[in-house]
Design a protein around this ligand. Structure first.
Ligand code: SF4
Length: 234
């Protein structure tokens, strides 16, 4: 197992080669490659919508780090899912908080920044904390899927994240919603209770609504604001 830090150039070459080699590999094989290649310098990020990628990663690397960004605006169900994941799964949940509390942000920028400038709110409460949370890792895995929305249709399974100088892995990029549900059922994986209550994608409470019949999974995120991504995956 390789645990020493790689140079950025090593990582870029590794990512590009793996992107070609692993496009058709199973999610578990992709994560086994990540575990073998990066060891503890690999982590999973999770929004706690479900614990599918965390579960898969724990099979490849027991005790794997799972990074959760606590924006201060999560639904109680999301925090409960995080706590349940930490309690019952063979993972190490790491919660990262923004530099400012919601009250401190309100004092500096005014209340409900999410309604007035969601890009800035996400930059402060998600993007910047992610940079902090990923420090010390060479590679990170996400639950991005191509079928979630048109903006995610070309998500690579493994790619070079030039912005962060890390390898970015989307082991379930090729999965469908049916694949996710089958895995959850087969392995009894924890999911956010809001998924049973009309929500197809779970983000911060002020920026998430239930989806309507025929809408894509992410239509309930920042509805009406012309925003589709928080910035973490751009
Ligand atoms: S999703 Fe909404 S509340 Fe959460 S960080 Fe982004 S703008 Fe702020």
């Amino acid at each position: 197992m390789t645990t020493a830090p790689h140079t950025a150039e090593d990582l870029r070459v590794l990512a590009e080669q793996a992107g070609r080699d692993l496009e058709e590999a199973s999610a578990l094989d992709v994560l086994r490659w990540a575990a073998d290649t990066f060891g503890p310098r690999f982590c999973v990020t999770s929004s706690m919508e479900d614990a599918v990628v965390a579960h898969l990663a724990s099979r490849a690397l027991p005790g794997v780090d799972v990074v959760f960004l606590d924006t201060g605006y999560h639904f109680p169900e999301t925090i409960g899912t995080r706590d349940a994941v930490a309690a019952v799964m063979d993972v190490n949940v790491i919660t990262i908080s923004p530099r400012q509390s919601v009250a401190e942000q309100d004092a500096q920028y005014g209340p409900k920044l999410h309604d007035r400038d969601p890009d800035l709110c996400c930059a402060l409460r998600k993007v910047a904390p992610l940079e902090e949370g990923l420090r010390g890792y060479d590679a990170w895995a996400t639950g991005l899927r191509r079928d979630e929305s048109p903006t995610r249709a070309n998500t690579p399974v493994v790619a070079w994240d030039a912005k962060r100088q890390k390898v970015k892995i989307a082991p379930i990029a090729r999965w469908t919603q049916d694949d996710v549900e089958a895995y959850v059922a087969e392995h009894g994986v924890l999911t956010n209770p809001l998924l049973m209550d009309g929500y197809a994608s779970v983000g911060c409470a002020p920026c998430t609504r239930r989806v309507l019949e025929g809408e894509d999974a992410r239509a309930g995120r920042w509805a009406g604001l012309g925003k589709t991504e928080c910035g973490i995956h751009l």
